[in-house]
Design a protein around this ligand. Structure first.
Ligand code: ASP
Length: 231
């Protein structure tokens, strides 16, 4: 009997340096090993993103960039084709926001924000980290994401420190369902780039919807990119 088809893809953000692709390769290899050990898609996607959150070269988790007031706020979200979705925004001082979003997906809530999201993470025992030591506020968009197929379910996971140098209070596309990410029976989509444009285009959901109409992933990608030509 042929084995199940397993797929995992990860990105290190629209602005990332290709020299950092060893980081995304590593995240995919670890995620693939989990899939081969029957780990569900959502867990494998979140674990791949955790690897990238822990890699300081990327703008997520401990590598997050500073805002104009010197603070760090992180957004993360995850979703699978089982209709599970969870997100956090403006989270501070938690090492792996992606796992907090995963916990939200199992709760009766869909999005928790700010101090209260931090409190939720602390109550659940998530590891804290001192984000006041973050050094860079470079305007990078090298945030992280992964899409996974485990042979039956699709999943997407996304995590960001936002766009460096943005004003306090700014939240981008990452924690917004259908904007930064979407997953359903036809596939999983993760976006990266200018969060406001991604949000205005409902990028992830409209791309997913094309997959549902039988458009190939390559054609769907090209169509989605054309929405940004004037951005
Ligand atoms: N989309 C992210 C945001 O605007 C940034 C990125 O993808 O790098 O927060």
């Amino acid at each position: 009997m042929p084995g199940k088809q397993l797929i995992i893809l990860a990105h290190g953000g629209a602005g990332s340096d290709n020299a950092h692709s060893d980081g995304t390769d590593r995240a995919c290899l670890i995620g693939l090993k989990l899939l081969q050990a029957q780990t569900p898609a959502l867990e494998a996607a979140c674990r791949a993103v955790e690897i990238l959150e822990d890699d300081p070269r990327f703008n997520a988790g401990t590598g997050s960039r500073k805002r104009t007031d010197g603070s760090v706020r992180m957004d993360a979200a995850c979703m699978d084709s089982n209709q599970r979705f969870g997100a956090v925004s403006a989270l501070q001082h938690i090492k792996n926001p992606i796992h907090v979003s995963r916990a939200v997906a199992d709760s009766k809530y869909r999005l928790l924000t700010g101090e209260d999201a931090h409190q939720y993470a602390v109550e659940l025992g998530f590891e804290k980290v001192d984000m006041t030591r973050v050094e860079s506020n470079a305007p990078g968009t090298d945030t992280v994401g992964a899409v996974v197929f485990d042979g039956s379910q699709f999943a997407a996971a996304l995590s960001t420190g936002g766009t460096g140098g943005s004003r306090p209070g700014r939240v981008g596309d990452v924690p917004l369902i259908g904007c930064g990410l979407y997953a359903g029976e036809h596939g999983a989509v993760c976006a990266t780039g200018h969060g406001e444009s991604i949000t205005l285009n409902l990028t992830a959901y409209r791309t997913y919807e094309m997959l549902g109409r039988g458009v190939t992933p390559q054609e769907a990608l090209e169509a989605a990119l054309s929405w940004f030509e004037d951005a």
